[in-house]
Design a binder for this molecule. Structure first.
Ligand SMILES: [Zn+2]
Length: 189
């Protein structure tokens, strides 16, 4: 079975994670397989699903397994450099723009408070997370409008807009054309 001892979290460690037990800090770390982030036992981030937790004896063990240190509890002395954090934030959004992304959810994934996330993201990229998400959605919609025959309402859903009218308004605001006009203009010979 190989790593079966690290693949399951024992009761006492799980309890420490749930109760943010500071006395365990420095003794072991826990990683969350779904986010690829690892934390100190005392981390105040939302408790993960128990089946997604892995225990590491040292921070270097976690790092060598490609887990990234949490921004909130900083399990390694050295903080993630800004550029690395920015890349992480951008790539999460790029991979999940079609899902309902909220600031709270992003904050959870990137292990910052929503307030901090908003500020850090703005400082590094010059736009808010919401504006960045919208920019990606519009960009992807432009691709689908010109490369497919999907109805506009379907495209709205594909790129993460719950509401087609809302999509059309945002699209018009960003490009100066309605989705239909944009498709027509791009297809003219
Ligand atoms: Zn943490």
């Amino acid at each position: 079975m190989g790593n079966s001892d690290t693949a399951r979290i024992p009761e006492d460690k799980w309890h420490a994670v749930l109760s943010n037990d500071r006395s365990c800090d420095g003794q072991w770390y826990y990683g969350v397989t779904t986010t690829g982030i690892f934390c100190r036992p005392s981390c105040k981030s939302k408790p993960p699903n128990r089946s997604h937790v892995r225990i590491f004896q040292t921070a270097s063990d976690a790092l060598s397994e490609q887990f990234r240190p949490c921004k909130r509890c900083k399990p390694v002395q050295q903080q993630l450099p800004d550029e690395e954090w920015e890349t992480q934030a951008r790539s999460y959004i790029e991979a999940h723009y079609h899902e309902p992304l909220t600031l709270t959810l992003l904050a959870d994934v990137l292990h910052l408070s929503p307030y901090h996330l908003q500020r850090t993201f703005k400082r590094l990229t010059g736009s808010t997370p919401a504006a960045y998400i919208q920019q990606i959605r519009i960009r992807e919609a432009m691709k689908l409008l010109t490369s497919t025959d999907l109805p506009v309402t379907d495209i709205a859903g594909h790129v993460g807009f719950m509401n087609a009218a809302h999509f059309a308004t945002r699209f018009l605001g960003a490009t100066g054309l309605t989705p239909t006009q944009y498709r027509g203009a791009k297809r003219e010979p």
